[in-house]
Design a binder for this molecule. Structure first.
Ligand SMILES: [Zn+2]
Length: 260
């Protein structure tokens, strides 16, 4: 494929799902959708919680799509941060076969989504601990949609975090080289916020993290091929935060994980 000079925002989508987990389309359909909208790289990042019996077949389909489509297809995963100790739901054996690994807070994250402490200060401490320790994991390349805390039993908004706690997390990202995913569907996580409010609050977080040298990746979190490459909100929140291309990381090439 001839080298193009696409700007980084629009060059890749770091986060898409297929029927290997809860997406609606196949690896090939996501790859074709990515090529159709002009991306150069797309990551297949299906949910992995423990064993992934479909991993061999997924890798085979990624390889086939990569060979037949005019887009680089990377084999990734979205794992779960399990607890405030930052343990993640992927094994080393699974991780070493993948190109790009995101982890997020999900319904199974203890001390945050499950059994959250009654005191908000304790909950925030759990979040800070979980994020900083997950950043330290050699398996983790990026934290998926950080601070996605608007739909769990104990809701936290970005403004609930003090500057000191945000700086502690930003420092962990920067020092470990872990990427912060700006996810296009982040407002979905905050059904009680207007789009304007969550955009403004999240932009403030991005602005602070960028000041501390954190690098970002963009992802759609598309669960259908229709959403692959939809990064318009990413663009909007980056603009509100004063972020530019220079704050974005490109993705690693296949087989070249950034962290080992
Ligand atoms: Zn996802």
């Amino acid at each position: 494929m001839a080298l193009r000079r696409t700007p980084l925002l629009g060059r890749y989508d770091a986060h898409t799902h297929t029927t290997f987990s809860d997406g609606r389309n196949s690896v090939l359909e996501n790859a074709r959708a990515a090529e159709a909208v002009g991306l150069e790289t797309v990551v297949i990042a299906d949910h992995i919680f423990g064993e992934a019996p479909w991993l061999d077949e997924m890798l085979r389909q990624v390889e086939a799509a990569d060979a037949t489509c005019g887009v680089k297809v990377l084999a990734g995963a979205e794992g779960v941060i399990l607890n405030p100790d930052g343990e993640v739901s992927l094994t080393e054996e699974v991780a070493e076969r993948l190109d790009f690994i995101l982890v997020d807070f999900g319904g199974m994250t203890k001390g945050i989504a499950l059994d959250p402490p009654a005191r908000q200060s304790r909950l925030i401490a759990n979040v800070v601990s979980a994020v900083t320790k997950a950043c330290e994991s050699p398996l983790v390349d990026a934290i998926a949609h950080p601070l996605n805390l608007g739909r769990f039993p104990a809701v936290l908004s970005p403004v609930d975090f003090s500057a000191a706690s945000l700086i502690e997390m930003a420092t962990a990202f920067e020092q470990t080289g872990t990427a912060f995913e700006i996810m296009n569907q982040l407002p979905w996580w905050f059904p009680d916020h207007t789009i304007e409010r969550i955009t403004a609050e999240y932009a403030d977080v991005l602005h602070l993290f960028a000041r501390f040298g954190v690098r970002f990746v963009v992802g759609s979190d598309a669960h259908s091929c229709c959403g692959v490459g939809n990064l318009r909100w990413c663009e909007r929140v980056m603009s509100a935060a004063g972020l530019g291309e220079e704050h974005l990381l490109d993705l690693p090439l296949a087989g070249e994980r950034r962290k080992h």
